[in-house]
Design a protein around this ligand. Structure first.
Ligand SMILES: Cc1cc2nc3c(=O)[nH]c(=O)nc-3n(C[C@H](O)[C@H](O)[C@H](O)COP(=O)(O)OP(=O)(O)OC[C@H]3O[C@@H](n4cnc5c(N)ncnc54)[C@H](O)[C@@H]3O)c2cc1C
Length: 333
């Protein structure tokens, strides 16, 4: 029997039912094997390894399906056992509570496939594919349209939900359609108009639909050297202006136009302000970085502190862009 249990990789189980039963006895007897799939549901799985902040408690149950059948089986399991479902991409825009998450956490990062169609310029890609990897791959082929996305360390699913964007472009500009599992288990294809896109938001936020794949319109036929040069330029710009050397979730707050959140926070004198292991980044004030040993509650309280101080100075309530999941204390010391 082969079981690979690297971080984020608990679905690579291959075994006969008899071998599985033996494994049940010798390892964690609570692990659940989804019938008809090569996928397991794991109890009390720490989520800190699956978020870019590197904080967060355990999922009551965790599964990372590799295909639609396993995803469907996971959803069926949740329904049969009356479990709430939470979907995770790469966890790069999440603050998960130290108390963890109830129910079943479904990570879509292992849903993988991509197809570049040179005739049409359409890129059809599974929800778990990495956005930066796709940006580099497209650039090497001389396909334009994803150069802006190279510094966004999320998955296709997360980008479609968040309407991820940078350098004056965003996913809504290139999305042709998204395939989603609806709560009743049906696969639907939705257009950008149905997703109600605006700045860093979509109707998928807070909904219980799960994205399985997306189709993006790119422009093939350009000189790969030129597309690569622009992609590298964007990556370089971000490395020099944003703190990629410590765990973070990128920008914490939406920009309250015409201001940027970073400028307001910097002008409020909060750069470098720290609660526990969580710090307002010196390089970019709209980033909170985990300087080591931060708890989700440190980050949460720093978010509340920034909101309070910026409101006092500017009468503007900053709205978090980061998605907070689970329970957080209302009061911070
Ligand atoms: C260093 C750094 C830089 C960043 N820079 C940018 C930037 O320039 N621009 C930008 O927009 N963002 C940026 N981000 C934030 C983040 O990378 C994006 O929001 C990204 O799109 C999140 O994708 P994800 O796969 O990590 O989603 P997650 O963080 O895992 O999830 C985000 C939301 O999407 C939902 N979700 C994820 N996958 C699915 C799915 N398959 N089906 C249904 N729901 C799903 C989750 O439930 C959650 O509500 C940055 C983050 C970091 C750490």
């Amino acid at each position: 029997m082969k079981i690979s249990q690297a971080a984020g990789n608990i679905c690579t189980v291959s075994a006969t039912p008899t071998q599985k039963q033996e494994s049940d006895k010798s390892s964690d007897s609570k692990i659940i094997y989804l019938p008809g799939t090569d996928c397991i549901i794991k109890p009390q799985a720490s989520l800190s390894a699956f978020t870019s902040y590197r904080v967060g408690g355990a999922a009551e149950w965790y599964v990372a399906p590799r295909n639609l059948e396993a995803l469907q089986a996971s959803l069926n399991y949740a329904k049969e056992h009356n479990l709430t479902v939470t979907t995770l991409g790469a966890g790069s825009n999440l603050l998960v509570s130290d108390r963890g998450l109830p129910g079943l956490v479904i990570a879509t990062r292992h849903l993988r496939h991509s197809h570049f169609d040179p005739e049409t310029g359409l890129l059809t890609v599974a929800a778990g594919e990495s956005i930066p990897s796709l940006a580099w791959e497209a650039a090497q082929l001389g396909w334009q349209g994803l150069e802006w996305a190279v510094g966004i360390p999320g998955t296709v699913g997360g980008a479609v939900v968040m309407n991820a964007g940078a350098h004056n472009s965003c996913i809504a500009d290139i999305l042709v359609s998204a395939e989603v599992f609806s709560p009743d288990g049906k696969l639907e294809t939705l257009t950008p108009a149905q997703l109600g896109y605006s700045y860093r938001t979509s109707l998928l936020q807070g909904s219980d639909r799960i994205i399985t794949q997306a189709t993006l319109q790119l422009q093939p036929g350009a000189d790969p050297a030129k597309v690569l040069a622009l992609t590298k330029q964007h990556k370089q710009h971000r490395l020099s202006t944003q703190p990629y050397n410590f765990p973070s979730c990128g920008s914490v707050f939406r920009n309250p136009k015409p201001y940027t959140a970073g400028w307001l926070i910097e002008q409020t004198g909060l750069k470098g302000y720290q609660i526990g292991g969580a710090q307002v980044a010196q390089l970019h004030a709209n980033f909170i970085v985990n300087r080591g040993g931060a708890k989700a509650s440190d980050i949460f309280c720093l978010i509340r502190h920034i909101q309070q101080k910026v409101q006092e100075h500017w009468s503007i309530l900053l709205e978090p862009e980061v998605k907070m999941m689970g329970e957080f204390q209302a009061a911070c010391g």
